[in-house]
Design a binder for this molecule. Structure first.
Ligand code: HAM
Length: 432
């Protein structure tokens, strides 16, 4: 039976087929994400993979709602697999933000599900690092979140020559829109057209913009002007102070497809333009308010009346584009099975004592392998070589019948003899 289109199997390396993904590479990516998020003081959270449908119909925007894996459950509830983490996080924050000191800095690595047309860099499930900050309205928080994104990509060996953060402002676009169109209910439709400008045929975009009363030329002229707002300038200064100026450029061609963004927005792209966005995010100051019962107020162009109102921003970075990019640049390490110690059982009458040695070694935190069934000595040794074991350990009966432990250093082939397992483990510990 085949797996569903757009879903992946993850195998340990070496991979048996080009159509499967590396579980080792995934683990490496997750570990790197976590390491750098911790370095920036972010703490891990998680939420349910299945949520009430309404959580997404509320404010993610039509595009993502059209891609939902939704159904009615056995209790007649309208539910959906999560297509993104931000609404779940906003719900969690709205419920318990008071219990946490501000700014709240959290990350998570959820698996997300979107019924998208399968294409390069886009599947029907992906893992996405989400890093978000709550409770800080200053643009220093926007700079901090962008620096985290830059440092994560640097941790994979990518440089300013490999990727760029395209920085824009939903607020600037919102002002552009409201000066020309009095109907705020059309704003999201407009943002969607701008979001697709680079991927759509110009004539199609022209027609769609004209239907909303905009000319293609005024929109592209605004993008070309690239004049940073005060807010964007503050972010750029902050990044420059850290030596990160080369990693960012102001680019109003970015607007973000999701409906809830309110301020600075950004996307990370490979400079060669071979891939879709590596990551995307921005400020979404109204979402917790909306999720906690607030309503959109067209007069102020904000959400009002919710139980919780807290400045919010963050980004998501998927594993699909990142893996493809790292692969293309030769930046993914090769992975193979390994062990610290291989216990060789050459004398089956010593299997019980050898099992005791295996357990003692594992208790002492050494990754330890051995043959589950009787096997020729040469085959066991060959396996130790394949596993790139640092040492082999075997037991041998002396003439008087008592066993001794023999440890071989696989690099030097030097052997050491010990009268007890404990002594041998002590040797491993002091030579590890
Ligand atoms: P997004 O732009 O929809 O944002 O997704 C963020 C990243 O996830 C994309 O840049 C891409 O790397 C990856 N991604 C998205 N869809 C797919 C897919 N179908 N297949 C593979 N990778 C994909 C969000 O989801 C926001 N909730 C991010 C955010 C967090 N904003 C604020 N906080």
């Amino acid at each position: 039976m085949d797996r569903l289109p757009g879903f992946r199997d993850f195998y340990p390396e070496p991979l048996p087929h080009k159509d499967v993904w590396s579980a080792d590479a995934r683990c490496y990516i997750f570990d790197t994400w976590k390491k750098i998020a911790h370095r920036y003081g972010f703490r891990e959270y998680d939420g349910p993979p299945l949520e009430p449908l309404e959580l997404y119909t509320l404010k993610s925007g039509e595009e993502i709602v059209g891609q939902l894996y939704n159904f009615t459950d056995k209790g007649d509830r309208n539910v959906s697999m999560r297509p993104e983490m931000t609404p779940t996080l906003a719900r969690m924050i709205a419920a318990h933000e008071r219990n946490y000191r501000k700014p709240i800095k959290w990350f998570s690595i959820p698996q997300l599900f979107r019924y998208e047309r399968q294409q390069k860099g886009r599947l029907r499930e992906h893992f996405q690092l989400n890093a978000d900050i709550f409770g800080e309205a200053s643009s220093s928080a926007d700079a901090e979140i962008i620096c985290l994104l830059i440092d994560i990509l640097r941790a994979f060996g990518l440089t300013a020559e490999d990727f760029v953060i395209r920085l824009s402002s939903r607020r600037a676009w919102s002002e552009f829109f409201s000066k020309r169109c009095p109907d705020p209910s059309k704003a999201y439709e407009f943002y969607q057209i701008v979001d697709k400008l680079e991927r759509e045929e110009p004539d199609v975009s022209k027609q769609k913009l004209a239907a909303l009363g905009f000319s293609y030329e005024e929109v592209t002229a605004f993008i070309a002007s690239g004049e940073p707002t005060e807010e964007l300038k503050a972010i750029l200064d902050n990044l420059s102070a850290r030596g990160f100026a080369d990693f960012v450029k102001v680019d109003y061609g970015v607007i973000r497809g999701l409906a809830y963004y309110t301020g600075p927005v950004f996307e990370a792209f490979d400079r060669k333009g071979h891939f879709r966005a590596i990551a995307g995010g921005g400020r979404y100051d109204n979402l917790t308010n909306l999720i906690s019962g607030g309503k959109f107020d067209p007069a102020s162009n904000t959400v009002k009346g919710g139980k919780v109102d807290i400045p919010s921003l963050g980004f998501g970075m998927g594993d699909v584009v990142l893996t493809e990019l790292l692969k293309e640049r030769g930046l993914l390490p090769a992975f193979s099975p390994s062990a610290d110690v291989c216990v060789l059982i050459e004398d089956e009458t010593l299997r019980s004592q050898s099992l005791s040695a295996v357990q003692t070694l594992r208790d002492a935190d050494f990754s330890t392998e051995y043959s589950l069934v009787p096997l020729k000595a040469e085959k066991q040794f060959k396996r130790a070589i394949e596993l790139k074991a640092r040492w082999t350990f075997r037991m041998e009966k002396q003439e008087n019948g008592t066993p001794i432990c023999i440890v071989k250093n696989m690099a030097t082939r030097e052997e050491h003899r010990f009268t007890s397992i404990k002594e041998a483990v002590q040797y491993f510990k002091s030579n590890f």
